[in-house]
Structure formats: C-alpha cells, structure tokens
Design a protein around this ligand. Structure first.
Ligand code: ADE
Length: 349
C-alpha cells in the first residue's frame, strides 16, 4: 500500500513500494519462475491465448526446426513485464519436446554459473535467461561464442601458465527475455535469430485468460465478473490472474464461492483500490502530483522522482508504460505532460 507523507516544502511525498501493488506487473515471490503458478500456465501454443503474430512466427520456426532436426534459433523476447515471456519459453520447449532450463541474469553473475549451465545442456534444449539485459560483461562475453559457434572459451590456470581451452557445446536454443530491449548491446542482440515483441493483451483475450484460469481453479465465475477483472488488469495476464485470486479471497470470506458475480468482483477490486481503468493509488498519485504541483506538466522525470520519493527508473519502467498506453501521459522533450483524458478520468477537468 502506498505511504503518503509530507516533505519540508509541504509537497506530498509518496513512498510507492511498487512491489506491494496488486497491479505490479512483475512476478511476486509466490508467482516466481517455477512456483505453483506453473499449473496455470498454458503448455502449448494452442492453449496460449493472444499474441497472435508472435505465435504465428514461432509456430513456423518450431516446425522448421523439427523438420530439419535442428535446434531452434536463439530468440529474444521483449516487452513489458507480466505478458508471458517465461510462459512462451516453456511452451517453446514443450512444443520442441525438450527441457527448458530456467534462469535469470542476476543468478548467473559469476563465469562458473553460466559455464555450469551451458556444459550441462542436452542437445536442442532451451535455456531461458530472464532479464537478459542485466548480464554481467563476463557472462555476456561467454555467451557470444556459445550462441554463435556452440563453444565456450575458458581460461585454465593463472599468470604465465594460463591457457585458453575451448569446450564444445551441444546445439541449444537461448531464449532471452527483457523488458528493456534498448539496454542490450548490439553484439548480444545481433546473435538472436529472432527478436519478438510481446504486446499488451486485448480485452477479449484477457476475458478468455481469466475464464481459463477460473476453470483451472475450479471457480464458478460469471462472464460479467471475468469482464470486470479483465478490464482492470492493465492488459496484463499476470495481473488478471492475481486480481482473480483476490476476488476469490472475497468470495471465500463472504461464502459466495457457488457463483462469483460481477458485483462481487467489483467490490473486491474496489477494496484493492484498483479503478475501472486498472489504475491504483500509486498511478493516480503520480498523475495528481503532475496536475496539482506542476500544473499538468511538462515536468522532468527526475523532478517527479524526487517529488514522489521514487527512483526515475522505477517510474519509467513500472508506472509510466501503462499510463502512456492509456494515453493518460505524454513524454515530451520538455518533460511529462498529463493528457485531457487523464484529467477527465480523475475528475479534474
Ligand atoms: N495465463 C496467463 N497468460 C496466459 C495466456 N497468454 N494464455 C493462456 N493462459 C494464460
């Protein structure tokens, strides 16, 4: 929950605690890579809802790789968090009939971490590296020959006696995922045969995802209730599924599990202060600071970060993408500007 206090100038300071939000698109520890969430993930391209263009491109690449009896080319998936990059990597492996080794860049900091993973890969396996933009330079440089020539060059010994040894690797597929494609250096970016963007989901696809999850959780959810949830999840399946679980909590406590209707979903989401556009208190506060303290903008991101008590990267990667997507916010050379639709939504027009 957001904590609001006042600074010496009397301006509101917001400690956004962006990780505690029910609409935080990044995975909570409960939803982390290999948790119970896995039972809810689709296992095949057929069951994966939405991302039509991506599925088409990957479906062809998979069939071609299977026909040629080769490893699938390396794939870079990018886009906002919570849209299904990890799920897609697991689906790819499933479709190829191989295992998926799942890791993330912060977990493979030391050379021996990445070497250990690479030398243990079986032919045609998928190696999924989340947050690939955060790889250390050493890990990244070990990956170049691994991706390009299926080998790694390691240094054995120290000082004058040090020698480089080359270790052959089986053919494999690296699936890299990032929310910040622009932060990836071109030597790494250029080694991916396919680079694909994941987009926010349409309302129809989100309704189908919520209904599918409700089925898997054995919930009797009305169509209207699924629309209510889908409309407030910021185009993001991970948030939709999380909101569904919070709705289930309220239904459990109220003894309404026999049928979860729209009214119950509406009440539960209001309880979490997620409004009908999917904004929570933090998003609203962000917009209100621009409107109330800076006359609607333009205001620089660093000024906003100071006013909100948050770092500018968090504002740029966690809060702004959805506000930009809703066209509630504009980025201009002179700073951030709130749009008329945002003023109308907040009742400040
Ligand atoms: N659950 C989360 N994302 C999904 C998707 N894209 N398709 C089906 N189920 C999902």
């Amino acid at each position: 929950m957001a904590i609001v206090s006042s600074n010496v100038d009397g301006a509101d300071v917001l400690s956004t605690k962006t990780k505690d939000r029910v609409v935080d698109p990044s995975a909570s520890s409960e939803e982390s890579l290999l948790s119970q969430q896995d039972n809810l993930r689709p296992k095949s391209l057929k069951d994966y809802i939405g991302q039509k263009d991506l599925k088409q491109v990957l479906g062809i690449a998979i069939r071609a790789a299977i026909q040629r009896e080769e490893a699938l080319d390396h794939i870079l998936l990018y886009g906002p968090p919570g849209l299904g990059k990890t799920t897609m990597a697991l689906v790819l492996a499933e479709e190829l009939g191989v295992k998926c080794r799942v890791t993330s860049a912060p977990a493979i900091e030391r050379p021996r971490d990445i070497i250990g993973i690479l030398v243990n890969l079986q032919p045609r396996e998928v190696l999924f590296v989340d947050e690939i933009h955060r790889l250390t330079r050493v890990a990244e440089e070990l990956l170049y020959p691994a991706m390009e020539d299926k080998k790694i060059d390691i240094t054995v010994g120290k000082g004058a006696g040090a020698r480089t040894r080359s270790i052959e690797l089986p053919p494999f597929t690296l699936v890299g995922a990032t929310t910040r494609a622009g932060s990836l250096g071109s030597p790494l970016r250029d080694r991916f045969g396919l680079t694909q963007r994941l987009d926010f989901y349409s309302l129809d696809d989100l309704v189908s995802i919520v209904q599918r999850t409700a089925r898997l959780l054995e919930l009797n959810l009305s169509k209207d209730a699924s629309i209510e949830i889908a409309g407030r999840c910021r185009g993001t399946p991970r948030i939709a599924n999380r909101l569904l679980k919070r709705v289930r909590d309220v239904a459990t406590v109220r003894g309404k599990l026999d049928l979860i209707d729209q009214k119950l979903a509406h009440d539960a989401l209001n309880l979490h202060q997620v409004d009908n556009k999917g904004l929570d208190t933090i998003d609203r506060r962000f917009l209100e600071v621009i409107i109330d303290n800076y006359n609607g903008g333009p205001v620089g991101i660093e000024t906003l970060a100071a006013a909100l008590g948050e770092d500018s990267t968090t504002l740029e990667t966690v809060i702004e993408p959805f506000l930009l997507q809703l066209a509630f916010l504009k980025r201009t050379p002179r700073g951030r500007v709130v749009t008329k639709s945002a003023l109308i939504h907040l009742g400040k027009n």
